[in-house]
Design a protein around this ligand. Sequence first.
Ligand SMILES: [Zn+2]
Length: 312
Amino acid sequence: MNDSPRFSSAVRSMLQLKQEVQLFLRCTVRDGSRASFWFDYWTELGPLHLLFGTSGPRSLRIPLTATVSQAVSNGHWNLPPACSEIAETLQIILSTMPVPSAANSGDVYLWRNQSGGFGPSFSSRVTWERIRDHSPLVDWYKVVWFKEEIPRCSFLSWTAFLGRLPTRDRLISWGLSVQPGCVLCSVADESISHLFFHCSFAAATWTRFCGRYMATPPASLAAIVQLCHQMQGPQAPLAVAVLKLLSQVIIYSLWRERNGRIFQGMSSTQEAFFRVVDRAMRDRLLSLSRTTASTPSPSLLELYFWFISPYS
Ligand SMILES: [Zn+2]
């Protein structure tokens, strides 16, 4: 449309603006009784109120609330002589369009579809894919978002993977005056890496839950991703699901323990903390077991008991 020689550069630039605004909904005019003359995208010019501005209704002598059928009289478009380039452009375009008629069926609204054309049904997925900014896939997204997740734990893990948690090293980098030390061990400065992996409190937790199949606790978020990718065998998909859930529960619980110590002056013993993690795992896996009771393979809860839980 913008390449058409009949449009001046000024009109083309305005058309570009309107295309960005009205990318997803078009109206096919038939009887013109429903389509708004000024606000619907029913000509290739887009919504006419954006093109003509506030003076449009006066210059075309068509009310702001008019339907397209109100621009028709005796089977012909009924507009005053064009007094501007835009009005002239509109009249040229209308001359190529069928004149709305009461003999036709009603006007039809069409939504942008997957192929880029327009169809009668609306898809939120297609629309979202078209309006969002696409970024390269990260190798950790399946470790953060998965069917068995606990949403609050996934959200916190996602924030950790993005490096956006307000750990004390970040607060200090923003110029805030806070103590740098880790409240879990009091022997090192707090960072995501320390809080979730290198802290003795965290390392003891990883060892307690993963010690049966991990020679050493994971040293980073990337190490968890790598471990999930490396798991093999017939039970691997289920085992990976349990491991992902466990990782998120540990990270979430560590963050909660850290916040409890800073903001509420409450702290758990290491043993009590283990129980918190174990309880969260059992609660979640038990709820999943109920929904997959007919599955012949071991349930996630059974896998957790067999390979991971220190309390089975
Ligand atoms: Zn620490």
